[in-house]
Design a protein around this ligand. Structure first.
Ligand code: URQ
Ligand code: ZN
Ligand code: ZN
Length: 500
């Protein structure tokens, strides 16, 4: 299928500049970016983008479609989740393979591929979680990098006895990431303190969702974030902190960067768009619908704080941690918040939420919006310029965006499978009018029409330049050296013998 498409009259927005230009696509690629393109084949479809922005499709760096978790399975599967992604202007997701402890990472990877390949409507890739440690795990990480196109591994410091690694295991995993040229990711919360904090809440008779936040306040996230940064730095390994949910974690990332650590921070739609006061809502379902780990924070200034850091480059790119559960699933924890499946929505609304809270209220411009929703992720995960830019030769993953139009977010109208939306009722500026994925028009003047199974798995190579260039330079400059000295030839104490 030639799939010839000419997007006319728009303003192209890349991370570095905005410019008036037409865009011609053919066979799933961007073939020409120039003003006033006229010489196209007669079977070319023309889209009028006048007055609109023409941007690289969003890349959601963090999703969990149909994740088996806490005794159930997330309801947004790879079909509904990627369909909703496209509806919101996201044209690629990076999901997670999460093997249970002691399961082969390669077997888990194959299982997740089997789930995704037949269902995805847009391109996707996988991070792989390291939930246990052994020489086999180290070996399989190498195979995943060299043969399966994986260049990022997530370690959990929470979910004790389920996914959590000890500090020494995390250090070994970081060392292996460094050896392979892969990026280490971390879920940064102190899992031991969460267990103890939960007991404390239940002893106080607090079983509701408010206990979920109070048992793991933001210092529990901040401490783990700083610890992970130190351990990664000691392993001389680059680190990517997923779902930065608090000022404490964000400050740990910025302080780590200021002292020369190579660390990236990923706020998510939820932490940029809403807050933890929802856990005190008197409707149990509403409160439980916001339960995720790390929790949203009750400090209502947190979203603005995180958006400011994202706008100025102290935080880097946005995901959603989309991991959705319906009311009847959340209700597994109706008497004990520890049993509420953790996870919230975001994959459909991320782009509009970041536009509303970032661009519409003046914290960033459209170029920075493109950076934090697409380009920086493409560079960190080493798929730039295939993804993340409107340029000749890049994939035809494009959003025609109306920055002035508004839409009201609601579970009644969203395309996700889940029966709840943490942004319910939020009116956002920033609406995708057309969304093109692999050259196919998946959102056509607001109408969603996707092709199940048409998305592709995108392999990623190691040694991403934005991730490894600084590390390599620093290793060269700071290689520890022994001190040349004459051997000591003085007296040495003889242990076990009475001193003379
Ligand atoms: O921790 C994660 O990232 C996964 C298990 C999704 N759930 C969540 O609450 N964040
Ligand atoms: Zn996590
Ligand atoms: Zn996650």
């Amino acid at each position: 299928m030639a799939n010839r498409l000419l997007i006319k009259g728009g303003t192209v927005v890349n991370e570095d500049r905005k410019f008036r230009s037409d865009v011609f696509c053919e066979d799933g690629l961007i073939k020409k970016v120039a003003p006033d393109i006229t010489d196209v084949p007669p079977d070319t479809r023309v889209i009028d983008a006048s007055g609109k922005l023409v941007m690289p499709g969003g890349i959601d760096t963090h999703t969990h479609m149909q994740l088996p978790f806490m005794g159930t399975v997330a309801v947004d599967d790879f079909y509904h989740g990627t369909r909703a992604a496209l509806a919101g202007g996201t044209t690629m997701i990076i999901d997670f393979v999460i093997p249970p402890k002691n399961e082969s990472l390669l077997q888990a990877y194959d299982r997740w591929r089997g789930w995704a390949d037949e269902k995805v409507c847009c391109d996707y890739s996988f991070h792989v979680a390291v939930t246990w440690w052994s020489p086999q795990v180290a070996k399989e990480m190498e195979v995943l990098c060299q043969e399966k196109g994986v260049n990022s591994f997530k370690m959990f410091m929470a979910y004790k006895d389920v996914f959590m690694l000890r500090d020494d295991e995390m250090y070994y995993a970081f060392k292996q990431c460094k050896k392979l040229g892969a990026l280490a990711q971390v879920h940064a919360e102190n899992g031991d303190l969460i267990v103890e904090g939960s007991k404390k809440m239940l002893e106080l008779g607090i079983t509701g969702p408010e206990g979920h936040e109070m048992c793991r306040p933001e210092e529990v996230e901040g401490e783990a974030t700083a610890r992970a940064i130190t351990i990664a730095n000691q392993a001389s390994c680059p680190l990517y902190v997923v779902h930065v949910m608090s000022k404490s974690a964000a400050n740990a990332v910025t302080q780590g960067r200021q002292r020369g650590c190579v660390v990236f921070g990923e706020p998510i739609a939820a932490s940029l768009g809403t807050d933890g006061t929802n856990y005190w809502h008197t409707c149990w379902r509403h409160a439980a619908g916001h339960v995720m780990g790390p929790p949203l924070r009750p400090d209502p200034s947190t979203p603005g704080f995180l958006m400011d850091l994202l706008a100025c480059g102290a935080l880097h790119c946005t995901g959603t941690d989309n991991c959705t559960f319906n009311a009847n699933q959340k209700a597994m924890g109706k008497d004990d918040f520890r049993k509420i499946p953790n996870g919230v929505n975001g994959v459909e609304d991320r782009m509009s939420v970041v536009w509303e809270k970032g661009v519409a209220n003046g914290k960033m411009d459209a170029c920075r919006f493109v950076a934090v929703t697409s380009t920086v992720a493409a560079k960190i995960f080493n798929i730039y310029p295939r993804k993340g830019v409107i340029a000749e030769g890049s994939d035809a993953d494009i959003v025609v965006w109306d920055g002035e139009a508004t839409r009201v977010i609601s579970a009644k109208t969203h395309h996700q499978a889940v029966d709840f939306n943490i942004f319910e009722g939020m009116c956002c500026h920033g609406v995708p009018v057309y969304v093109v994925t692999g050259g196919r028009v998946a959102v056509d003047n607001g109408q969603v029409n996707v092709v199940k199974g048409s998305g592709r798995y995108i392999p990623r190579t190691c040694y991403s330049d934005i991730v490894y260039s600084a590390i390599t330079q620093r290793d060269k400059a700071n290689q520890p050296q022994p001190v040349p000295r004459e051997p000591y030839d003085g007296p040495v104490i003889q242990l076990g013998k009475p001193s003379s």
